[in-house]
Design a protein around this ligand. Structure first.
Ligand SMILES: [Zn+2]
Ligand SMILES: [Zn+2]
Length: 390
């Protein structure tokens, strides 16, 4: 392990920041106190601070030397709507809200990197420290891009990081191409004709539609996709009926689709519409489908992935960096930034053995043991990308 000394020196301070953030979680676009916490510290480190981007987003700018070179490093501020059950001393004080995805740790590591880089001044160019709101569900990263993030703060490339409890602490994983999936949601409403359940012949039973549709939707991946292409279709909600002896008028199905490739995404949506229309026709009823594309796939550019790998190698050593991990169909709104700029999103191993609670679990707590590893990665990456030329 080759940690940055200026990071190691503030390990206790990092833990303190992380615990304060953890105890005071705020959710999408309401990260007011968190945003102030970040802005105050960045100012104290001597950065130019721009707050109020995408409501609660903050960008800290650190310049050194004469070079025009520039990159962005990004963390996320928001917590989730979960009742914490971790039992740690710094448990959430905001009932029903919890830092269960480790964004408290991400924010802390990027703040620590800003402090160390401002002290070391061992780079030339401009560093942009991007603290985005609303990563979970609401696409704060997209809003920042729409509000001109890359016009106001020109940068060549952008880098992101997520702690990954399924990987052991002291490791990194990244890959060129898709690392995480696109996130789509759908809602199907089938309207038949309600009837007495004993006189079913007088109705049009939407329950039959639901039964056939749930099965048929599973044939898209198994019968329409090339076996080497990846996709997930999950029906996660079925709503219909209130009692024993009534055939309901309507059924609502909801769910999610995950893909890595827009061609596959198009194919799934198109097949879904055709199946829904066909099944509705089969049972003589109407069905509508609302299909919404939320987050695109998180796709790393090859050159920046190699740059990220070198920085990770410099911290934890080559044999602790996996450059070909199996991608996951979870998703990430950093994808919107990667659509505009080359860059790389990496997983920072954070596991503490087989029983480590995973992300979004009420027993989860960010592993403080990896704060210095993640923050050192940011420092090494920044100094590697904006080198001081003799
Ligand atoms: Zn999450
Ligand atoms: Zn997260």
């Amino acid at each position: 392990m080759n940690l940055v000394p200026e990071i190691v020196a503030i390990d206790t301070e990092m833990r303190d920041w992380r615990h304060r953030l953890h105890a005071n979680p705020e959710t999408a676009f309401e990260e007011e106190a968190t945003s102030r916490f970040v802005a105050e510290r960045l100012r104290a480190f001597g950065l130019d601070v721009h707050a109020g981007i995408a409501k609660t987003g903050v960008v800290g700018v650190l310049r050194n030397g004469a070079s025009n070179a520039s990159i962005g490093l990004r963390a996320d501020l928001d917590a989730l709507h979960i009742h914490e059950q971790s039992g740690v001393p710094h448990t959430s004080r905001n009932a029903g809200r919890m830092h269960a995805c480790g964004h408290d740790g991400h924010t802390t590591m990027l703040l620590a990197a800003a402090k160390a880089l401002a002290a070391r001044r061992n780079f030339t160019g401009t560093l942009h420290f991007i603290f985005q709101p609303a990563e979970e569900n609401e696409g704060g990263g997209r809003v920042m891009v729409e509000e001109g993030l890359f016009d106001r703060f020109p940068m060549r490339a952008v880098y992101g990081l997520h702690n990954w409890p399924r990987l052991p602490a002291g490791t990194f994983a990244m890959r060129a191409g898709p690392l995480m999936g696109a996130y789509d949601v759908f809602e199907i409403v089938a309207t038949g004709k309600g009837a007495h359940a004993a006189m079913a012949y007088q109705g049009k039973d939407p329950m039959l539609f639901a039964a056939h549709a749930i099965s048929a939707l599973q044939t898209i991946v198994s019968r329409n996709l090339h076996p080497q292409d990846a996709g997930v279709v999950s029906v996660t909600q079925v709503h219909a009926g209130d009692t024993w002896n009534v055939i309901p008028e309507q059924v609502v199905l909801r769910g999610t689709v995950r893909t890595f490739d827009t061609g596959v995404q198009d194919l799934i949506e198109q097949r879904m519409r055709a199946l829904v229309d066909g099944i509705a026709a089969m049972f003589e009823m109407r069905a509508t489908i609302r299909y919404e594309r939320r987050y695109p796939a998180t796709v790393n550019s090859p050159e920046e992935t190699d740059r990220a790998r070198r920085a990770a190698d410099a911290v934890v050593g080559e044999r602790n960096v996996d450059t070909n991990p199996m991608p996951e169909m979870t998703s990430e709104d950093f994808a919107f930034m990667l659509q505009k700029k080359p860059g790389c999103y990496v997983w920072l191993g954070a596991g503490r053995g087989a029983d480590t609670p995973n992300l979004h679990n009420p027993h989860y707590d960010f592993n403080d043991g990896v704060l210095a590893i993640g923050a050192s990665y940011w420092v090494k990456l920044a100094e590697q990308e904006l080198p001081v030329t003799p």
